[in-house]
Design a protein around this ligand. Structure first.
Ligand code: FES
Length: 190
């Protein structure tokens, strides 16, 4: 069987319908499934793409959860766009799939149900409101704490939703809850 990597997936915006080479996929919510059953390639530091469900289903529920290479992710469908990110909030591991989506400064965010942190769907940045103490009359401004939640790539092909895990080399705060001892999902190989 042939390995499929993200390098083969042209992407436009947060998701793409220009996915080439996808076969019919059986949606699932269990342990990792991908086109060829391969695991992460340690040389390339990339992950094979995993089918997580059908477009029709996520459009109804506007969100779904999945396990992709033993990593829990949540996929949101909001205003015609798909976004995937680690399911556990970078702050203390709150369940983001149970949060509400709200817009702050025109930026759609998932609001964590535990302590109400705001995380942008598009970039994974944590947002906070800042005021200028020297000018208390000024309106508070939404500012970024930087990328805190790891986001992943969503691809759509032939009605199927695929997730490719991020291969960005930088550390995200959400990695803490997605890996190691805090990882909720145990590896299927154990
Ligand atoms: S765990 Fe998400 S805001 Fe605290």
């Amino acid at each position: 069987m042939t390995a499929t990597t993200i390098a083969a997936l042209p992407t436009v915006g947060p998701y793409s319908k220009h996915f080439m080479g996808a076969e019919a996929c059986i949606p699932h919510h269990g342990p990792s499934m991908d086109f060829d059953g391969s695991e992460q390639d340690p040389e390339m530091k990339t992950y094979s793409t995993v089918c997580v469900g059908r477009e029709d289903d996520i459009k109804k529920s506007e969100r779904m959860t999945a396990v992709v290479h033993d990593r829990e992710v949540v996929i949101f469908y909001y205003k015609g766009e798909y976004h995937a990110m680690d399911i556990r909030c970078y702050h203390s591991g709150g369940p983001l799939h149970l949060g509400e989506i709200e817009e702050f400064d025109g930026r759609p965010c998932i609001v964590c149900p535990w302590h109400k942190y705001k995380i942008t769907l598009a970039t994974g940045e944590g947002l906070y409101q800042s005021i200028n103490p020297k000018d208390p009359s000024a309106k508070p401004k939404w500012c970024s704490k930087g990328i805190k939640q790891r986001i992943h790539k969503v691809t759509v092909d032939n009605g199927n939703i695929y997730v490719t895990l991020s291969d960005e080399p930088f550390k995200c705060d959400s990695d803490f809850y997605a890996t190691g001892v805090y990882k909720v999902i145990q590896s299927s190989s154990r």
